[in-house]
Design a protein around this ligand. Sequence first.
Ligand SMILES: [Ca+2]
Length: 279
Amino acid sequence: MRKKVWQLFIGLAIIFIACNNEETKSDSTQNESSISSPQNISYTVLNAFPHDTSSFTQGLEIYRGKLFESTGLYGKSSLREIDLKSGKPKKVITNDKEIFAEGLTVLKDTIYQLSWENHLVFLYDAKTLSPIGTRAWNYQGWGITNDGNSLLISDGTDKIYFAEPHTLKVKNIMSVKDHIGPVNNLNELEMIDGFLYANRWQYDYILKIDPNSGHVVGMIDFTDFLPKNSKADLSYLSKNNSTAQINGAVLNGIAYDSTKKTILITGKLWPEIFEVKLQ
Ligand SMILES: [Ca+2]
């Protein structure tokens, strides 16, 4: 008899938990359905500049008129200051061969360069590119930008980590969502006029995100962008067993030119950096 009472109690507890879970699920569905579908943002291509086809682009940013790029892959990772017109590097800092570098940003004359799974962030003087320190980072490193106060960091999930400069202490974690749900694979980032723009790994579009809510408010479609706009012979990107085939020559790299109000976009191993005006 006592056993039956316990069985009844456990049964009721399971029903209660199941109902509660259902409630949570419907609440989250309701939240996502209250997010409008992203606005489609069109663009015009203004210019194309040469880009080093061995650069596995992870981060791109303009700071005080200088263009910086971070490149990935083991044994090929580097931090570069690039001459946009010629595509040639003015300065190159090569990372150690066991480092897989990721995104970069510059805040108050300090460059922050992420690494993928090394759990390290490298700091450099933006004027000289001299290394000035290393910080520990608990997550994977994918993309990084800043809002003038905080570093905003992606780790390949739907999360954006707001971290203090210098200490890298995480102050806040935001989930990025669209009308369907959380948006993962967030990669290279750029802050433009108060909005966060993000490449999404293996997707041919850039997202425009409200950094206060995490909601995706706009989308820029770059499907077939390279074959449509490149003047280069792109056959090297489809060669069997090439770096492009093995590692993916995907759209990645956004740098905002605040003086011209244009953006520079490129991709991993792409032959060009394109100057684009958003509508
Ligand atoms: Ca960027």
